[in-house]
Write a protein that binds this ligand. Structure first.
Ligand SMILES: *Cc1c(COP(=O)(O)O)cnc(C)c1O
Length: 547
């Protein structure tokens, strides 16, 4: 930016940038148009990304110096369009199926201007007014989706000044942290001789309640946000006990029960049992009904992480997968995933509207007791009015619209799974339960060799295949026509081997079977043309012919 001519820093220019321009033909109006055109072009582009080395991009962002002189908005906009927009990822492209970040409905762009323009702060009603009841309604709508209470229940609780049906936050991580925070404070409440863990801390809570520690039980497919939560809450990351999963990536109930028994003997309290409704890597759903029973027997908090899978409840054909979620004490749902809202929107809902009082905090100049301010039970302080965009999406798309989106995603995931299975050189590793699946490229002769290989041979072959998967994935990403991500899994049916797999998330309604077919074709092409991939395939051939 350094070689541009500079604007002048004086008070009249300063007043000007804070003044709303009167005519749409103003400079700002023109800049606005230019930005819209540029963004529309970017969003319509079908490519996923143009390969550019990050080190080169970093050169555009290398100076630590805050410019001494102001910059013209027009010049700065050029900079943004050329350097930032042009080098962003096309998450909206239908071939971008590697992550949980996908396309947005186009109405989000104009509507989000309302949020930015009004700049409300949800921490308290004095800075948010109508946004607060709107956020409470959004929490109520999602609460009703999960728990399905009747109209009188929501009339009683939705706008209640002493409680809240949930907390709106910036995403699933904050939602999960909030849920465990509540669970921790409920586990060690104040009573005669103890003023509660929130005041006295964990050390004294353990002493007072006579326990040796606490544990959070979750399957090994659990999201890493629980590790952060454990660290922050002072219970330590080792308190997260990763229970092995079965062949379908669901928590192994026998191992869970054995762990509960062991913890009881060690006088370790269960802070929360966590069920996952849509694991981040494979999209599988834990047996929530069974987990609810176990939590009840253990008398512990039951949290469901439905950050991804929560909106499956919109679908009449698939919601039964989440049966039991309505018995959870708390539920996380990300709005910036399958509610198709821009980044920075998540929620945690509580079955009991008084649960959040366990983390309630007050301050004199703000958040007075008995106010309806939402800031008195959120981890964050100042917060934007993002709930407005969830409200918009819920109204504009509607239950039936979401049902179509969910059904379509699951449907195309099954179509893609069939496609993979019908290809001799691909292997489906995890079958879709929701709209995620994993697979890998394994030429037919190697699949045959794997079937009869000894354990050590099998491990050797899998190691080479892992390398191949990585090479294909990187090469495909670099080409920029489509994007799948990769992850590492240890499915029990593969012995002790850890597999590197392609991971696909099908949430963009514009992704067609044709695009997916082309993606497989490209992967086959890479396997036969990419130098590194060819070398790995050669060593695999040697490995199996040496048998
Ligand atoms: C995405 C995700 C999270 C974390 O949510 P963020 O919005 O990224 O903070 C937690 N749990 C699951 C199952 C997720 O898929």
């Amino acid at each position: 930016m350094s070689d541009q001519k500079h604007a002048v820093a004086n008070l009249s220019n300063l007043y000007r940038i804070f003044t709303v321009p009167e005519s749409p033909d103003s400079t700002l109006g023109k800049i606005d148009q230019e930005i819209s055109q540029n963004l529309n072009g970017f969003l319509r582009d079908r490519i996923v990304a143009t390969e550019q080395d990050l080190a080169i991009i970093e050169q555009d962002f290398s100076s630590p110096r805050i410019p001494e002189q102001p910059t013209f908005v027009s010049d700065y906009t050029e900079f943004l369009l050329d350097t930032l927009v042009a080098q962003s990822v096309h998450t909206a492209a239908p071939g971008f199926v590697g992550h949980m970040t996908s396309a947005l409905p186009s109405f989000m762009l104009p509507l989000s201007r309302i949020m930015t323009a009004l700049n409300q702060n949800l921490v308290k009603i004095e800075t948010s007014k109508a946004f607060t009841p709107m956020e409470r309604q959004v929490l109520g709508m999602l609460h009703a989706l999960v728990y399905g209470n009747d109209e009188t229940y929501y009339q009683r609780w939705m706008h209640d000044r002493d409680s809240a049906l949930g907390a709106f936050c910036s995403g699933g991580t904050l939602a999960n942290i909030t849920a465990l925070w509540v669970a921790r404070n409920k586990l060690f409440p104040a009573r005669e001789g103890f003023s509660g863990v929130a005041r006295e801390g964990l050390h004294r809570a353990f002493k007072h309640y006579g326990c040796e520690g606490v544990a959070v039980l979750i399957s090994q497919r659990g999201h890493y946000s629980f590790g952060k939560a454990a660290d922050l809450l002072g219970i330590g990351r080792d308190a997260i006990i990763a229970i092995p999963t079965d062949r379908d990536n669901r928590i192994d109930i026998d191992q869970l029960l054995a762990t509960c028994e062991r913890l009881a003997q060690q006088r370790i309290k269960i802070l929360s049992l966590v069920g996952i409704a849509g694991t981040t890597e494979t999209g599988n759903v834990d047996p929530l009904e069974r987990l609810a029973d176990i939590a009840q027997e253990q008398g512990c908090h039951f949290h469901v992480d439905a950050a991804w899978g929560g909106p499956t409840l919109f679908s009449r054909s698939h919601k039964s997968l989440l049966k039991g979620i309505e018995r959870a004490d708390s539920v996380t749902i990300d709005a910036h995933k399958q509610l198709y809202v821009p980044m920075g929107a998540g929620m945690v809902l509580f079955k009991n509207p008084c649960s959040l009082t366990s983390i309630e905090h007050h301050a004199e100049y703000i958040l007075r007791k008995g106010s309806k301010d939402l800031g008195s039970h959120t981890l964050e302080g100042s917060r934007p009015g993002t709930a407005m965009l969830v409200h918009s999406a819920l109204n504009i798309i509607g239950r039936k619209g979401y049902e179509l989106l969910i059904d379509k995603g699951i449907d195309i995931a099954h179509t893609f799974a069939d496609m993979i299975e019908s290809e001799a050189d691909f292997e489906l590793v995890t079958r879709p339960e929701l709209n995620l699946l994993t697979y890998r490229y394994v030429p037919a002769p190697i699949q045959a060799a794997l079937k009869k290989a000894s354990e050590t041979q099998r491990t050797e072959i899998n190691q080479q295949l892992n390398r191949l998967t990585k090479q294909i994935q990187k090469s495909q990403r670099a080409a920029g026509r489509s994007f799948v991500s990769r992850t590492r899994l240890s499915p029990p049916q593969y012995g002790d081997d850890t597999l590197t797999v392609f991971r696909v998330v099908l949430a963009n309604p514009l992704t067609t079977p044709g695009i997916l077919q082309e993606m497989l074709a490209e992967q086959k092409r890479i396997a036969s043309e990419d130098e590194q991939a060819v070398a790995t395939l050669n060593s695999l051939d040697e490995l199996i012919s040496g048998n």
